[in-house]
Ligand binder design. Structure first.
Ligand SMILES: Cc1cc2nc3c(=O)[nH]c(=O)nc-3n(C[C@H](O)[C@H](O)[C@H](O)COP(=O)(O)OP(=O)(O)OC[C@H]3O[C@@H](n4cnc5c(N)ncnc54)[C@H](O)[C@@H]3O)c2cc1C
Length: 284
C-alpha cells in the first residue's frame, strides 16, 4: 500500500498528479472547483526550487490539457525564498507567465510569520504585471493583517482569508480563538466593502461561512467576487451544500510525497483529529 493512502489519505489527494487529477475530476463533476498544492516547503537547494517551479508549470499545462476546473497554490519557500528573494521571484515568475498564457490563476500561500513581510513583498512586486491572475493568503490570527490588507487594496487585489495554521507568539497573533474569529469577520467586511477583485473565505467554520453569505447579501456585493475555500477531506457535505446554493467553492487539494508537515498542521487544528489520523492508520 502506498504511503499516502496509508497515513494521510484523509487530507492528501494522492502521492502523484494522476491521483490528484482523478480526485479533482470527481469534485468537478459535483460542481466543485479545486486549487492544487504540490506539497513541499522550505527547499534549501537551488536545483530543487527550480525543479518545483518547472513542476508547477507542467501542472498548469496538465490542468489545461485535461480541462480541469482548477488553479494552483504555491508556497514561496518551496520556490527558494529561504535561498534568496530574487531567486524565488524568478521561479515564481515562470509559473505566473504560464498561468497567464493559459488564463489560469496562482494563489500564494502564507507561511509562518517569519515569511509574512517577504511573501507580501514578492506578491506586491507582481501585482501590476499579473494582478488579476495572482492572489495572496492573509491570516486573521495575525494582528497586522488589517494593515496588510489595507495596504494592498486595489481593483486587482485577490485575497484568500484564513485563520492561520502556524504556532505564533502572542505579540504577533491573537491568543484567543474568539479574537481570531472576530478579526476574520472584520476582514471580510473590509474586503467586501473595498474595490478588491476577489475574496476567498477559506475556513470550515460555519459561523464565518454564514457571516460571509449574510454580508454579501446585505452589502449587495457581486457574488462573483466571493469564493469559499475548504480543504480536501474536510466537511465535504458543507462543500456540496455551498455549491448547491450557488456559491463557488474551491477545494484546496494537496498531493505529493512531502505530506508530513501539511498532515501535522491538519492534525493540530483539532485535538480530535489525532483520532482521525490514528484511526486512518487502520481503516481501509
Ligand atoms: C482553502 C484553504 C487554504 C488555506 N491556506 C492557508 C495558508 O496559506 N496559510 C495558513 O496559515 N493556513 C491556511 N489554511 C488553514 C487555515 O489557516 C486553518 O488552519 C484551517 O482552515 C482550520 O481552521 P478553520 O478556519 O477551519 O477553523 P476552525 O475553527 O479551526 O475549525 C472550524 C471547524 O472545522 C472543522 N475542521 C477544521 N479543521 C479541520 C481538520 N483539519 N480536520 C477536520 N475538521 C476540521 C472542525 O469541525 C472545526 O470545528 C487554509 C485553509 C483553507 C480552507
Amino acid at each position: 500500500m502506498r504511503l499516502v493512502t496509508f497515513l494521510a489519505r484523509r487530507y492528501v489527494a494522492g502521492d502523484n498528479w494522476k491521483d490528484a487529477a482523478k480526485a479533482i475530476a470527481k469534485m468537478n463533476a459535483h460542481g466543485l472547483y479545486a486549487t492544487c498544492d504540490m506539497l513541499g516547503e522550505n527547499v534549501m537547494k537551488k536545483h530543487k526550487a527550480v525543479q518545483a517551479s518547472k513542476r508547477y508549470v507542467h501542472l498548469l499545462e496538465q490542468i489545461d490539457y485535461r480541462q480541469l476546473q482548477a488553479n494552483i497554490s504555491v508556497k514561496l519557500t518551496q520556490l527558494g525564498l529561504d535561498i534568496s528573494m530574487d531567486f524565488c521571484k524568478e521561479n515564481l515568475e515562470k509559473i505566473l507567465k504560464k498561468a497567464r498564457s493559459l488564463g489560469n490563476f496562482v494563489w500564494i500561500d502564507m507561511e509562518n510569520s517569519a515569511y509574512t513581510d517577504r511573501t507580501i513583498e514578492v506578491y506586491k512586486s507582481f501585482i501590476h504585471k499579473y494582478g488579476p491572475q495572482v492572489g495572496i493568503c492573509i491570516q486573521s490570527y495575525l494582528r497586522r493583517s488589517e494593515d496588510d490588507i489595507k495596504n494592498l487594496l486595489s481593483p486587482r487585489f485577490c485575497v484568500r482569508l484564513v485563520k492561520g495554521a502556524y504556532k505564533e507568539r502572542k505579540e504577533l497573533a491573537f491568543a484567543k480563538k474568539s479574537d481570531t474569529d472576530e478579526n476574520f469577520k472584520h476582514l471580510i467586511d473590509v474586503v467586501l466593502q473595498s474595490e478588491a477583485k476577489l475574496l476567498m473565505v477559506a475556513t470550515h467554520d460555519e459561523k464565518i461561512l454564514n457571516y460571509a453569505k449574510k454580508r454579501v447579501k446585505e452589502l449587495k456585493a457581486n457574488r462573483k467576487r466571493l469564493e469559499f475555500g475548504l480543504l480536501y477531506g474536510v466537511k465535504r457535505e458543507v462543500q456540496r451544500q455551498l455549491t448547491k446554493h450557488g456559491f463557488r467553492v474551491r477545494v484546496y487539494t494537496p498531493f505529493g510525497r512531502k505530506w508530513i508537515p501539511y498532515f501535522f498542521r491538519r492534525l493540530r487544528e483539532r485535538r480530535e483529529n489525532f483520532w482521525f489520523g490514528f484511526k486512518s492508520l487502520f481503516q481501509r
